[in-house]
Ligand binder design. Sequence first.
Ligand SMILES: [Zn+2]
Ligand SMILES: [Zn+2]
Length: 395
Amino acid sequence: MKMQTKAHYKSEIPEKKKEAHRRTNLRRGSLIPAVPRFGGNNGHDNHDATGIKAYAAQSAAASLGPFAIRRREVGSLDVQIEILYCGVCHSDLHMVRNEWEQTVYPCVPGHEIVGRVTKVGRGVKKFKEGDLAGVGCIVDSCRTCSSCQSGLEQYCEHDPVQTYNSKDTHLGGVNYGGYSKSIVVDEAFVLRVSDKLNLAAVAPLLCAGITTYSPLRHWKLGEGKKVGIVGLGGLGHMAVKFARSFGAHVVLFTTSPEKGADAIRLGAHEVVVSKDQVQMNQHLNSFDFILDAVSAEHDINAYLNLLKVDGTLTLVGLPQKPLGIAAFNLIGHRRQFAGSMIGGIAETQEMLDYCADHGIVSDVELISMDHVNEAYEQMLKGQVKYRFVIDMESL
Ligand SMILES: [Zn+2]
Ligand SMILES: [Zn+2]
């Protein structure tokens, strides 16, 4: 039934139009796969004045404010979750302000969700009422393409269904994210969450955590490897923790010398101020791997030059403009330049289990729901250590 709905939805989008959107989004360097436009405001289907409390932006220029939404009835494979905490990801801000020009309003963001299961469908096997549960950036995918079959749902060839601002394949309209009291998700896309860790600090693992864990695992970084992390923000601070935990020698690159002490506290062995050419030159041709978590404009060549033969530089940040790469910096040492986006469902579960076993969480600042607009402004100024998390009890 579900797949039929989905197939129908897919067939509604002319391939040409879809491709145009895809190209537009590629040009903008968007993390978020192309989303069909629904023609302006299309959220009313899921608006319900007496419904579930949420926070939404009504336009690109508007602040987030109270809004009531509808969630679908719990189907046989669905899990209903009372949201306890939701992390504030930088992409929430991009989406709310329509910076990727694909936002449908009203927009309820949030894809770092941790909560408690309040109801399960008859066919649900993984969860029961009362369990802790998490939801990350995607809530469905085609499940049949080669990516989905390989556990790489984030690279679904038919575009995964994102947690918000994707077409709601059940109710119509656009779907709503975690800045709300509850959510209903197919159990295949719900993660088990351990009660060993601070739940608020677990929430950012669902995006910032898996985004950094996945490439560090894919490129098999551990003991004996020298790993660079560029940027100490929401992503970078998790990358430092994981790389250190995997046994690598970790070097943090930052433009702000004052971040050095904190980087060491988080697990870095060394800190390099990237504006200091002398410091940079000391690391020429020495890295096995560099994870670049910076979205601001910066010179990628300065980091490519630090890779040794066969070294890899992987982007997880999202600079808006295309990057200029000097060919010699790649061919000279057979270096590789790559990208990575979140992680599949099985790998996200593996990451959460690893964090529970090793006591790894995000460094967070807990905020109330009505503080979120201020939090966005603080994020833009880099004034967060290192992730804001909304306490949904305040909603
Ligand atoms: Zn995110
Ligand atoms: Zn797929």
